[in-house]
Write a protein that binds this ligand. Structure first.
Ligand code: FAD
Ligand code: A2P
Length: 280
């Protein structure tokens, strides 16, 4: 007698895959772009009820391994008229959030707490002729929002974006954003002749070099752009960078006679930290 191999159907149906747990305040990722091995940007759906002032930040994150939301502060990089929300992010190799966030893909969900706050808003400054956006690293994020907001050009005759990074590739997100803005059919006309972009590097040879603090103190940026020395009658400034940068640039702005303002008491400049910590 020959043995025959019989394949029997399983007695029970395979258990259905467990549904993906639905995150609280979930928003879906629509675009991801990696700029360098340390920097990426992404866009997510915008909660219908979310209203914010360009320049503000929100708490975003992912579900942690312990089942609790792991959230961090992030500036909203998109303007308040955009139907999606954009973020520009560092990748900290062993950072609790960004070691995971850097792997998000289109269709994934992130957590977004819809409570925008922040000091880098037009209401925190007295009216002026010029506004200076001063940023290092990912500190350009709130200005990516403000540069795309028509209100910025209604309020000021001149808008100067100074962005400094160690190397040229770290400037690329901002460079492309400004280029797109200048070529944009609607906003292009509005920013023409008003938006001045002054990117510099400190550790790679490029056309413009040097720290923001040095280029302001030496007067180099005023000479290069053909502008008068910064003064409290005409100039307003918004600052976003590392703690050390913020401290040093505040001293420079104060030396020009500008005073720090807040939402509750508008003055000539405002500051926000781009991150908490002392570098990676
Ligand atoms: P964390 O434990 O939070 O940070 C680990 C270390 O990494 C920090 O101690 C610091 O030394 C360094 N680090 C953190 N963030 C940065 C950074 N952005 N650039 C350089 N070094 C950093 N981060 C963004 O990438 N984009 C933003 O738009 C942004 N907006 C912020 C707005 C505010 C008001 C604040 C307070 C922080 C903001 N941050 C932003 C920083 C962000 O909240 C997180 O710190 C960052 O996402 C890293 O999270 P993590 O959990 O991986 O590491
Ligand atoms: P530098 O290369 O001379 O340190 P980081 O990557 O360390 O966050 O720095 C981002 C940019 O900010 C770099 O170009 C760095 O210049 C500059 N920077 C760092 N600290 C200060 C500071 N205290 N004042 C002015 N610029 C700073």
């Amino acid at each position: 007698m020959t043995e025959s191999l019989t394949v029997t159907a399983p007695a029970t149906k395979p258990a259905p895959k467990p549904a993906k747990p639905h995150l609280p305040d979930a928003q879906m990722v629509t675009t991801v772009k990696h700029w360098t091995d340390r920097l990426f940007s992404f866009r997510v759906t915008r909660p219908q009820s979310l209203r914010f002032r360009s320049g503000e930040f929100v708490m975003i994150g992912l579900m942690g391994d312990n089942g609790k939301p792991l959230l961090r502060a992030y500036s909203i990089a998109s303007p308040n008229w955009d139907e999606e929300l954009e973020f520009y992010s560092i990748k900290v190799p062993d950072g609790p959030l960004t070691s995971k966030l850097q792997h998000i893909n289109v269709g994934d969900e992130i957590i977004l707490r819809p409570k925008p706050v922040g000091t880098l808003v037009h209401d925190a400054l007295l009216p002026g002729k010029r506004v200076w956006f001063l940023a290092t690293g990912t500190g350009i994020a709130p200005f990516a929002s403000l540069m795309r907001d028509p209100e910025t050009y209604e309020k000021y005759d001149q808008v100067i974006m100074m962005h400094t990074c160690r190397t040229a590739d770290e400037l690329e997100y901002g460079r492309q954003l400004v280029e797109d803005l200048q070529n944009d059919e609607l906003i292009g006309e509005m920013v023409e002749g008003k938006l001045r972009y002054y990117p510099t590097t400190t550790r790679e040879e490029t056309a413009h070099m040097g720290r923001i603090t040095d280029n302001l103190s030496s007067g180099k940026v005023f000479e290069d752009l053909g502008l008068p020395r910064m003064n409290p009658e005409e100039d307003r400034a918004m600052v976003c960078g590392s703690l050390d940068f913020n401290i040093d640039v505040k001293a420079v702005l104060e030396s020009f006679g500008l005073r720090e303002g807040a939402n509750s008491e508008p003055k000539e400049y405002v500051v926000e930290k781009a991150f908490v910590g002392d570098g990676i």
